[in-house]
Design a protein around this ligand. Structure first.
Ligand code: ZN
Length: 346
């Protein structure tokens, strides 16, 4: 009996979701900026709040919700399955990149945005072909199929792709796909051409590139993509919050959590100048079982409960047209369905 109840609890945790918010959509966004702090669970956002203090921008976003994370075959998921949920609106197995169980591609939010004529961009602090950006622009049975994933990303139509991986990437592949390939902030900020591929040196714990931290790349990418009169979809991922959590590297984690909040601030400032911009900030799964201690003290002590991913629910924050769609408890795949509905032209 106890076993049965346990099963019910697990099934409930992974399947239950609030029904989609129904009724007419007041307004659809022109621009959508999705910011993912990889590995950021509830305590990671608390840490960002405590270390940013009065400057904490995420906490000023008007809409908040809660996201449950899971892969079809895992209570504690990985970034491929969770990014697929956000990108395609479908639940998949651990390690899968936007592909269904029959091997068919699952349409992604980036592909929907491309269909509507929007410009698109993928910016991350880790290798540009890593699971989170990959799930928006590629389809593969396994996140380790790097060559296939890179080929598809370069054919996705994305105007802007920026990330790490310089030591492992052959520039000629980008050039052959029509991209201007650059390796420094100077060259990126002055790059001409319709498609820009920025490939930097991946840092330890996948933290920000020293010469081009995510807030700087975010501001550059937004201005560049905003040249498209049809609007844009932009994914901004900080992987440092995940890499540092895996290694229980507290200093790198604090720097990365701050970077996520500053990046959110850059997006919110852009939105203030460009009405019609929806900004969403969330994590993809919790990493490291982070605890914030101690009780009865004003000191902040971070303690790690492990080195892997956990099944913790995540906060999600939104502002702009369509933000009200994220005001509930949702499974991660429901987030993806709502995101695609907001980007679609129907
Ligand atoms: Zn991870």
């Amino acid at each position: 009996m106890r076993l049965f109840l346990a099963f019910l609890a697990v099934a409930g945790a992974s399947c239950a979701s609030a029904p989609p918010v129904t009724g007419p959509v007041a307004a659809k966004p022109k621009n959508v900026i999705l910011i993912i702090g990889d590995g950021m669970g509830p305590s990671h956002f608390v840490a960002a709040r405590l270390f940013r203090g009065a400057d904490y921008r995420i906490g000023k976003m008007p809409v908040t919700g809660v996201v449950s994370t899971h892969a079809l075959n895992a209570i504690a998921p990985d970034s491929a399955s969770t990014a697929t949920a956000y990108a395609s609106g479908a639940a998949v197995n651990y390690g899968v990149i936007s592909m269904d169980r029959s091997g068919r591609p699952l349409e992604t939010a980036l592909e929907v945005a491309e269909k509507t004529g929007r410009a698109t961009g993928l910016v991350t602090t880790t290798n540009f072909w890593d699971a989170t950006p990959a799930a928006f622009a590629a389809h593969a049975a396994n996140r380790g199929e790097t060559d296939t994933i890179i080929d598809q990303m370069l054919k996705s139509g994305a105007e802007v792709i920026v990330g790490g991986g310089k030591a492992k990437f052959d520039d000629s592949r980008g050039v052959a796909a029509g991209y201007s390939v650059v390796h420094s902030w100077d060259d990126l900020s002055t790059a001409r051409g319709d498609r820009i591929l920025g490939v930097f040196e991946t840092q330890k714990n996948e933290i920000d590139f020293p010469e081009a931290p995510l807030p700087l790349l975010a501001a550059w990418a937004m201005e560049r993509l905003a040249r498209d009169p049809d609007g844009f979809f932009l994914l901004l991922e900080n992987e440092g919050t995940d890499g540092s959590s895996h290694n229980n590297a507290t200093d790198d984690f604090i720097a990365s959590a701050r970077s996520v909040d500053i990046t959110a601030g850059v997006a919110l400032d852009f939105a203030a100048r460009h009405p019609g911009t929806l900004v969403i900030v969330t994590g993809d799964h919790e990493t490291g079982g982070l605890q914030i201690l101690p009780e009865k003290s004003l000191n902040v002590e971070l303690r790690w409960g492990g080195k892997g991913h956990t099944a913790a629910d995540l906060p999600i924050f939104a502002q702009g047209p369509g933000a009200e769609r994220f005001l509930s408890f949702m499974t991660n795949d429901e987030v993806g369905r709502r995101l695609k509905a907001l980007l679609s032209s129907d």
